[in-house]
Design a protein around this ligand. Sequence first.
Ligand code: DLZ
Length: 163
Amino acid sequence: MKKTNLSDYNPAEVPSGRDYRVGIVVAEWNREITDALAQGAIDTLREHGVEEENIQLVHVPGSFELTTGADLMLSNDEELDAVICIGCVIQGDTRHFDFICEAVSQGVTNVALKHEKPVIFSVLTTNDMQQAQDRAGGKHGNKGVEGAVTALKMIKLKKELES
Ligand code: DLZ
């Protein structure tokens, strides 16, 4: 099946998050977009049973800081089951875009492996603001929703493998 909408998923296939604790770290750059992504993630976690008090939200200045934020959250709360990293990096005239995208994608992997917990990459990397809006509640859905669904599935996988 060709996926055209990031939020296209079958709710029946998403595990209940009733006993899960999830961190969300949100970049302040392109805040209009990252706030919409964060809201999509929170709404989706709540829809699938995660209690409000079990969702921990923090902000970092930019996407480059997302992995440090995730690392700090996991180091300071052993009961967190996963962290969703939310950011939006928009291509500019310089190579800054490449360095940030490279650092955050590699960093997310490193933090996940260090803590042996799911750390989810909900970072838009777009050519322009329109592409970001299309993926933050626009015609291509909301990447925050996708991040929440991924977090729930990965937490369940970890718990199954450990039991
Ligand atoms: C500096 C910068 C630039 C140019 N663009 C973005 C962006 O599109 N999205 C984003 O999340 N952050 C950007 N930043 C900020 C960096 O992520 C970081 O916060 C600074 O380089 C300080 O480390």
